[in-house]
Design a protein around this ligand. Sequence first.
Ligand code: CTP
Ligand code: MG
Length: 422
Amino acid sequence: MNAPTSFSEQEIQQTAVIVVAAGSGTRLGYGIPKALVPLAGRSLLEHALDRIQLAGCAAQVIAVLPEDEAELAAIAANHPLRPHCVSGGATRNDSVRAGLAALEPGTERVLIHDAARALTPPEVFLQVLSALLAGARAVIPVVPVVDTIKQVATDPGRQPHVTGTPARDLLRAVQTPQGFHAPTLLAAHQRATGWDRAKAEAITDDAMLMEILGERVDTVPGAAAALKITTKPDLVLAESMLPVHPSKESPMPPHSGGQQPPLIPRTGIGIDVHAVADPAESRAMWLAGLHFPEDQGLSGHSDGDAVAHAACDALFSAAGIGDLGAHFGTDRPEYAGASGTTLLAEAARLVRAAGFEIGNVAVQFVGRRPKFAARRTEADAVLSQAAGAPVSVTATTSDGLGYEGTGAGVTAYATALVYSVR
Ligand code: CTP
Ligand code: MG
């Protein structure tokens, strides 16, 4: 699914985003409200507002902040988005209600977003809004679940025991922003005001409220970068998804004479070409670490992820330590069928083990399919996480020319920059 790059003036005028940022961040353990916690020098609230600004999909932005929190109020007031600030309540649901109460009359669509998902890419906002504009009344971004999930019974005085295992391929983890037809959501909250405490507390997100009231809730793809920052390791993971700031790095060990030798990085290049598999073979399409369920996959010894493979070769080339064939070739059966991200993580490990740190990797994909635009940020995040360094992917068609143009195959070109840390 492609997110549109622009909406009409009216569509934007009638859309609001509510960022709930009134939580205390108990589990993060900083002793300050979570939205104030810094990530690479900017507060989580600023990161969230930056991405809402980049999405450019709403005329109204409402920030729900802890009561009497002057520092966050100042941050919001100084942000170019100039959000309308209101005070939150004791629970997330109370904070959402405070945000809804501040909606301007005539608001058609509202996106409710957790400031704790500070790095949610703008594309996710665009996808949610386009689904609403296409007629959905409730839309949530979701990602597949990696863990097996068990249902348990918690009888008093006994260890919880397993009562069932839902089929994992039907489970999804839910992210934000959650998008709604605003009048429907307001009516749903109105109806829930009379509920007793136990019933009200069982409602953990707005989509659930809509479900209970019999409204259909649609899903769009979420993103790895939209992780909810809850504990300290989440903050470290989120930081690894941000571009590396060169001034924060100290790649050179101090020189004995007190001077640093000039930093001379090394560049590398990698190219990978894969044919699209014969339709009779029915292979899954994996590219840039992502699954594209609507496309026929690429042929190859591994999953055929040309983008990840080109990135690996560029890294090996930059470090001067051989190539893909040498490290993961057909004589290494343990890599048969390995995913692109597995290979990229291993290539990055080998490069570091050879005494280099990675500056960045850039990949240009050329092919007719899959359609890449709506998932580019997701691809960057997944590959960056695998490499432990910024990876950016760009994509183009070949204007109908060559095997990329007919759809018979794809090409990926990559460059990488590494520098010695020895
Ligand atoms: N939130 C809110 N008002 C509350 C509680 C939570 O606006 N009373 C917001 C948080 O700021 C966050 C989102 O809801 O953006 C999700 O909540 P969570 O991740 O649980 O954040 P905190 O409540 O701040 O963290 P903790 O539960 O560890 O205290
Ligand atoms: Mg909480």
